[in-house]
Design a protein around this ligand. Sequence first.
Ligand SMILES: Cc1cc2nc3c(=O)[nH]c(=O)nc-3n(C[C@H](O)[C@H](O)[C@H](O)COP(=O)(O)O)c2cc1C
Length: 209
Amino acid sequence: MGTVLYIEASPRKDRSHSSSVARAFLEAYRLSHAEDRVETLDLWATDLPAFDGTMLEAKYRILHGETHTPEEAQAWERVTSMFRTFQSADIYVFSVPMWNFGIPYRLKHYIDIITQPGLAFRFSPDTGYQGLVTGKPAIVIYASGGTYGEGSGTESFDMQKPYMKLWLTFIGFTTIHSLVVEGTLLGPEARAKSLEHAITQAKQLAATM
Ligand SMILES: Cc1cc2nc3c(=O)[nH]c(=O)nc-3n(C[C@H](O)[C@H](O)[C@H](O)COP(=O)(O)O)c2cc1C
């Protein structure tokens, strides 16, 4: 039995395009993997600990090979626990809206919490950075109001897809499937066409997993 971790970064539930495609993927996936468990991490309903001064001290102590104070150790425990939950999955599904050309702040907050030395990656001066979340696939579903694909003229505005790809690669992912719903604010026709296309791709992808 495997675990699929679905990380939901849109707060719009049924009205979210990225979440609609994620649901289509998960429904199709369940048909061929009835024994697998799907866990949903709704980032808007999750208590994300502040990544504040104490957390930063705790992080820098690890980077400098120092011991945590009791307060830092307690704060770090929450980071470790959130990372362990993330790490324990076998397949990752992200639904990611574009917000101001990047990703929603709750998703960035989650990334800041779990992307830690000794957990998600390691560094040594000899070998450089090495991602530690390896051997597992990620399916990332992007939604945006405008269009940013090749030939759009606005390719360079897109900090959403390049950032997610860079982060996932940094922490060790090598298999990253991207599904895109674009133009969700460009009228009902454009929106419906793009959504339908992404849902078809999602179902096809689920069948190959
Ligand atoms: C706070 C906010 C910022 C947004 N910024 C952008 C943007 O920079 N570019 C864009 O194309 N669409 C932008 N949009 C539109 C969303 O990307 C679009 O509605 C998309 O469908 C959201 O994903 P969802 O439907 O999964 O929630 C923004 C929407 C919100 C709420």
